[in-house]
Ligand binder design. Structure first.
Ligand SMILES: [Zn+2]
Length: 321
């Protein structure tokens, strides 16, 4: 690592504006753009100097490092995509429309996680203002997730020999939902270590995937700040010690732990989310571990602001000296 210099990976094409989709779905399909705009309002045009824009989507070859070709074929059918995204209304639409307006944005965001990881390895840290599709596994899309972007980034870096197969890699999954896709993808992989703290009383309740978590921290419905933060602070540092010296960490920073989130089922305040994120940023940075933050879930109209608060902290602390 040369010196610490964060970058934000973002493309306006991450945002989904299509047939009023945002009205069908709990997801703010423009969360990424709203977060970017908020940061622009706070920091002005100097922010553009800290931006990496993915120009092309993830390639089929890159997708195949994690996903099966049968699964990629299934993703060429509207009904399958509609099921994985839990939007049955999409099933009747011609596939080319879904590809153009929805899948391309997700493919670009998946590329964004690869670019963020490449940047972080050399410069300490990066945020992809999307990604964190942690429910997608090698042969299945579910829970709004089609491409397992973190796993793809890891395997692409291994294929290009930037990472060696035995290099320890850390995944810190703090989205409100269990990252079952990631756990399934890396079920046989001894170099990827997963800490997962999630609401055990909600989706996906994937028992086999639970058995694959290296540091399993299930929470009860409506867990509040004090208990949540104490558990994280107790377990993250010794888990990092146990892993050894990870070459890179991926932080799945879902904001659906927020008390008003309709899908997370937890009761974490705005201040609690910022404290969580600051704790992860500092723990990793002070241990000299390069890290990538991805957004994952967050389903309120305020979710973009929760994201922007944490990214603003990164920029103020390490980015705009
Ligand atoms: Zn979630």
């Amino acid at each position: 690592m040369k010196s610490l210099q964060p970058k934000i990976v973002y493309s306006p094409h991450y945002n989904i504006r299509f047939l009023g989709l945002e009205k069908l779905h709990p997801f703010d399909s423009c969360k990424y753009g709203h977060a970017w705009q908020q940061l622009l309002d706070w920091f002005g045009n100097q922010l553009e100097n800290l931006r990496i824009t993915p120009e092309s989507p993830v390639t089929v070859q890159e997708l195949l490092t994690v996903h099966t070709s049968d699964y990629l074929q299934q993703l060429k059918h509207s009904f399958y995509v509609a099921k994985a995204l839990e939007l049955s209304e999409l099933a009747i639409l011609p596939y080319f429309l879904l590809e153009k307006h929805i899948l391309k944005g997700m493919q670009l965001a998946t590329k964004g996680t690869i670019l963020a990881a490449e940047w972080a390895l050399n410069n300490g840290m990066a945020v992809n203002l999307s990604g964190g599709y942690h429910h997608a596994s090698g042969d299945k899309g579910e829970g709004f997730c089609l491409y397992c972007d973190i796993a793809i980034a890891i395997n692409v870096l291994r294929e290009s020999e930037v990472l060696q197969p035995e290099d320890p890699i850390l995944i810190i999954d703090l989205d409100a939902h269990q990252g079952n896709g990631l756990e399934r993808v890396f079920s046989l992989d001894k170099s990827v270590y997963i800490l997962d703290m999630y609401n055990q009383n909600t989706y996906p309740q994937d028992w086999w995937a639970t058995s694959l978590i290296d540091c399993n921290l299930p929470l009860r419905n409506r867990t509040e700040d004090k208990e949540y933060l104490a558990l994280l602070k107790k377990h993250l540092p010794p888990f990092i010690e146990q892993v050894g010296k990870p070459k890179i960490a991926f932080f799945n920073a879902g904001t659906d732990i927020y008390k008003d989130d309709p899908l997370g089922g937890l009761s974490i305040s705005k201040a609690g989310i910022l404290e969580r994120d600051k704790f992860v940023f500092h723990t990793l940075t002070e241990a000299g571990i390069p890290w990538v933050m991805v957004l994952s879930g967050g389903y309120t109209k305020e979710s973009y602001l929760l994201v922007a608060n944490s990214v603003a902290y990164i920029l103020e602390t390490w980015g705009l000296k």
